[in-house]
Write a protein that binds this ligand. Sequence first.
Ligand SMILES: Cc1ncc(COP(=O)(O)O)c(C=O)c1O
Length: 437
Amino acid sequence: MATLTAAAFSHDRDFARSLDARDELSAFRAAFVLPEGAAAFDGGEPIYFVGNSLGPMPVAARTLVNEELDDWSRLGVKGHLGSRRPWYSYHEQLRAPLARLVGAREHEVVAMGSLTENIHRMLTTFYRPAGKRTKLLIEKGAFPSDTYAVMSHVAARDLDPSLEVVEIAPRAGEWTLREDDIDAEIARLGDTLALALLPGVQYRTGQALDLARHTRAVHAVGARCGWDLAHAVGNLAVSLHDSNADFAVWCSYKYLNSGPGAVAGAFIHERNAGDLSLPRHAGWWGNDPATRFRMEPRFVPVPRADAWSLSNPPILAVAPLIASLAAFDGAGIAALRAKSVRMTALLEFLLRDLAPEVEIITPAASHARGAQLSLLVAHEAHARYEAFKAAGLACDYRESGRGVAGEGIVRLAPAPLFNTFDEVWRAAQVVRRTVRG
Ligand SMILES: Cc1ncc(COP(=O)(O)O)c(C=O)c1O
């Protein structure tokens, strides 16, 4: 996707409003309940730019959850097979929309578990240290849960995490990884590399990595490649099947708007999903549903991503995902991504001009980022972040990771399903007023 040039934009509010007027996705905003917030600085509605952390509630989620509560109260155990969306096969209705969303085949995706649990499940299967091939590559500064999971797996195989876990970092003085450096590190590790676990979008900087490129590099040295898509799913238009990744995992409460702790998801490439010989954690929900209730002692995995499911799914935590995926299906991830690229580029254009003292550490090229812009605030960062929120701009704050007093990162993520270009314009005014006084 081409990087948008500044010449394509204007500082005028009317310009932002004209983009909204032409926005074919604008009706989807009404499908969400936007959270209450501080009254905005201009008396307008609060601006919710934190869908990268917890997406807002789809209106239909309440109906769907209530329907399940009704069915439970009316039917009790009979609801497993007799409710309007039978619980026995409940998660199966998510396959098709999830597959469309992440560019996968239906048998390659499954809604299950939580993100960190799913990282563990995938590490059990795909981290298979043997002989000299023992190294596990992650990024330095990965989301802590990923690092903890990786370290604990290496230790559980009686290997030394300080030797086997290789963390690739941006160059000194830089915030983001150079993609050439990632491939060079993969090549350097060569036949010692067992698995790479990389982020689709880095949570702190908003940098997007090229899934197909790095998967290719990892496969070229004979290792396996998996992706944490927590910040990429519902944000980028990924093509997981074609990327050839061995697996990918994500949560559903960020861009997928499915509620706190909502059921998460996983992709397992069909060459792996159909390989019944792979080691894995086994549970009865990964067993072939046709034979599950024979209650036999031997686990017979179903030849699809479902084989990694352990338990019968938490229906109340799956229901909101049905509502959210219906919105993604209606809008289409390609159209959403196209709008997102324009929104984020407009935000960047306005911030560079209105608040040049704030450094944007997210890459400038649209193919190297998603919706989020990460602003490095050099002084009194936390107080500034509080001031943003007090002025009606809901955003979030992360430590910079450099240990520099007063410094911090504020993340702003306009989401194309429910945010407007006018909100982008208003958010930029909040930042300007707060940092300039
Ligand atoms: C990149 C990334 N990985 C892992 C996690 C952990 O998610 P969970 O608590 O759902 O396991 C998060 C949570 O925000 C995340 O952003």
